[in-house]
Design a protein around this ligand. Sequence first.
Ligand code: PLP
Length: 375
Amino acid sequence: MSLFRANPNAMIKFLDLQAINHQYKAELEEACSRVINSGWYISGTEVGAFEQKFASYCGVKHCVGVANGLDALILIFRAYKELGQLHDGDEVLVPANTYIASILAISANNLVPVLIEPNEHSYNLDAGLLEQHLNPKTKAILAVHLYGQLADMPAIITFAKKHHLLVVEDAAQAHGASIGGKKAGNWGHAAGFSFYPGKNLGALGDAGAVTTNDAALATMVRSLGNYGSEVKYHNTFKGINSRLDELQAALLSVKLRHLDVEIERRRAIANAFLNGIKNPKIQLPYIEQQEQHVWHLFVIQVDNRATFQSYLTEKGIQTVIHYPIPPHKQKAYSELNKLSFPLTEKIHEQILSLPISPVLIDAEVQKIINIVNGY
Ligand SMILES: *Cc1c(COP(=O)(O)O)cnc(C)c1O
């Protein structure tokens, strides 16, 4: 890593993917060569091996590799429709402050997203707010583990059982987060993961997966993602092409080996921020328990965010907003534009993500703390 070890006087990048992957350069190159030399590039042994390893990492029975995180979520809902467990017009409860992909996966299946204000501290679904959105059309909950913190799954599952709802996890930001030893991807009936390069477990291109303990759902997702066929050229469903490449699977097997060490580094940086940032203008993230959060993002809130962000840029710290516009204010969802979610809208105006990549060195972490405190 020494070649790419950042100079603490240089600009601190929000996320230095080159440095992250450089740590495993030899292993990644070895994986690439293996695939190149195998002569087999789609749905082969690399995908099978990664699926097994990731299923075991999450503690679930089945993992199905797909092309990206959005497809993972789309295919889960589509599979429940093919299995007769969901129907056109059914309502899905989902946090209003999520990334657009969660909402797209619902609407792409002719299901109706019912947006719910998040818990203002955890940014995740507030189980106590679910009941008031229930009606006979409510059939599922899409719980998003936003920023890397597992949602309050024990409460969400209890509620879902009582009302016979499906629970789907959007685990795109939460690989490895757990409560009581039970990991993201193993709480709901099914979960969608993204391995987009910037995620905590990132491929070197697009990739995603579905995890579940339900064999019928796994089989259906696999079939729908492979043209709706289980036997080549025999098409049972009008499927799509959404498969995980052998190459990405081989690279992900390398990255998965190092995931827990990277999570520990993220936690150490988060703890340094939580203990070191003492500026009353900055609202720090709230965390229930260490294991529940894998710190995909370190999100603070601040009034006059634009001023604070410019200040950090001037001081050499790159930051990003996750996300500047909530789904119900997006042009693509004009039918939702008239809705009002004051808390969600306030969050979107005040949040800012500080750099928290596992390759930050201690001097950089300290520099961020000092600069934030100097504002
Ligand atoms: C990244 C992300 C997705 C989508 O994943 P892609 O692989 O980019 O399609 C879905 N939901 C959330 C919360 C995400 O952060």
